[in-house]
Design a protein around this ligand. Structure first.
Ligand code: NAD
Length: 295
C-alpha cells in the first residue's frame, strides 16, 4: 500500500467530484462513502424509487453516526446535500471520476459505460464496480480504455476496508494512481490486481459458496452450517447469511461469469441452491426474502 500511495502521489489527480451509476446496495453505499469523506457525489439511476432508497440508506447511516456523536447535525446536512440524485446523464458533465455500479450483466454494463463516456469530459476516469466481469472485456465498450479500470468495493461499503483496483491491459498508470488515491481518500485500503474473472476475492469466495451449496445438496441444513461457521469457526457470518447480504441475483450472475471464465475449476453439473433461490426470486436482504426472512 505504501508504494502504491507513493506512486499515487506522483501522478494522481485529486477526485473532488465523483459519480456513481446505479443507486442500489453498492451504488448507494459508494455515494455515502464518497460524500462522507469529502467527494461530492452524483448518484444516477434509471429509477426514481432506487434514487430515493439510495438517499434514505445514506441518511440512515448518517443518523447512526449522529447518534454515536461522530458527526454533528450540520455535518450530516452537508454530507447529504453533497449527494446529488439524478436520472439524467447531463449531471455527469463535470465529475472527475465515475463508478459504474449497475446490475451485473455484461451487455447492460457495456451500454452504460459507452453512454457514460459520451456524457463526461475527456479527462474523467471511468471505473466499474463489477464483481466478476473482465475489465478488458468491458473496456471494449469505450473509445479510450486508458482511463478505465475496475474499482471493486465490498458490501457493506461503509464497513469493508478493501477495494480491489483492477488494471486492464490498456489502463494508464495515471488512472490507477488516481483511483488508488481516491480509494484512500474514501478511507479504504486499495489493492491493485490484474484482470481475470472474479479478480482476487471472488476467486476465493465462490469456491467456498460452491462447497456450501454441495453440502446443502447432501442434505445439511443451511442454518446449521451458518451456526458452525459463525459460533464455532468464528467467522463474522456464515455462507447463507453472506449470500443474503451479497444478493442471490448478484451471486447467480457472478457464478455464471466465473464458470465461463474458469470452466475447468468453476463449472458445475446441474442447478445448485443459488440457482434455485434466484429462480424463486429469493434475492436476500434486498427484497426481504433469502435463505432467511427479513420482513
Ligand atoms: P442492485 O440490484 O442493488 O442495484 C443496481 C441498480 O442499478 C438498481 O438501482 C438499478 O435501478 C440500477 N440500474 C440498472 N440499469 C441502470 C442504468 N442503465 N443506469 C443507471 N442505473 C441502472 O445491485 P448491487 O448489488 O448494488 O450491484 C451493483 C454492482 O456492484 C454489480 O456489478 C455487482 O456485481 C457489484 N457488486 C455487488 C456486491 C454486493 O454484495 N451486492 C458487492 C460488490 C460488487
Amino acid at each position: 500500500i505504501k508504494s502504491l500511495a507513493k506512486k499515487a502521489g506522483k501522478s494522481a489527480k485529486t477526485v473532488n467530484a465523483g459519480a456513481v451509476l446505479g443507486a442500489g446496495i453498492m451504488g448507494g453505499g459508494i455515494a455515502y462513502q464518497g460524500a462522507s469523506r469529502g467527494t461530492s457525489m452524483v448518484m444516477k439511476d434509471i429509477n426514481q424509487d432506487a434514487l430515493e432508497l439510495g438517499l434514505s440508506e445514506a441518511s440512515k447511516l448518517l443518523n447512526k453516526q449522529l447518534d454515536r456523536g461522530r458527526i454533528k447535525g450540520c455535518d450530516m446536512a452537508k454530507i447529504l446535500n453533497s449527494i446529488v440524485p439524478s436520472l439524467e446523464y447531463s449531471a455527469l458533465a463535470h465529475v472527475d471520476a465515475v463508478v459504474e455500479a449497475v446490475v451485473e450483466h455484461p451487455a447492460v454494463k457495456g451500454k452504460v459505460l459507452a453512454e457514460v463516456e459520451e456524457a463526461v469530459g475527456d479527462n474523467t476516469i471511468i471505473t466499474s464496480n463489477t464483481s466478476t466481469i473482465s475489465i478488458n472485456q468491458l473496456a471494449k465498450s469505450l473509445k479510450d480504455p486508458s482511463r478505465f479500470c475496475g474499482m471493486h468495493f465490498f458490501n457493506p461499503v461503509h464497513r469493508m476496508p478493501l477495494v480491489e483496483i483492477i488494471r486492464g491491459e490498456n489502463t494508464s498508470d495515471e488512472t490507477i494512481a488516481t483511483i488508488v488515491a481516491w480509494a484512500a481518500k474514501m478511507g479504504k485500503s486499495p489493492v491493485v490486481v490484474n484482470d481475470c474473472p472474479g479478480f482476487f476475492v471472488n476467486r476465493v469466495l465462490f469456491p467456498y459458496f460452491g462447497g456450501f451449496t454441495k453440502l446443502l445438496a447432501d442434505g445439511v441444513d443451511f442454518e446449521r452450517i451458518d451456526r458452525i461457521m459463525e459460533k464455532q469457526f468464528g467467522w463474522p457470518m456464515g455462507p447463507a447469511y453472506l449470500l443474503d447480504v451479497v444478493g442471490l441475483d448478484t451471486a447467480h450472475h457472478a457464478q455464471a461469469v466465473m464458470a465461463e471464465g474458469f470452466p475447468e475449476r468453476m463449472a458445475k453439473e446441474g442447478s445448485d441452491a443459488i440457482d434455485l433461490m434466484f429462480e424463486n426470486k429469493r434475492f436476500g436482504q434486498k427484497n426481504g426474502h433469502g435463505f432467511y426472512q427479513y420482513t
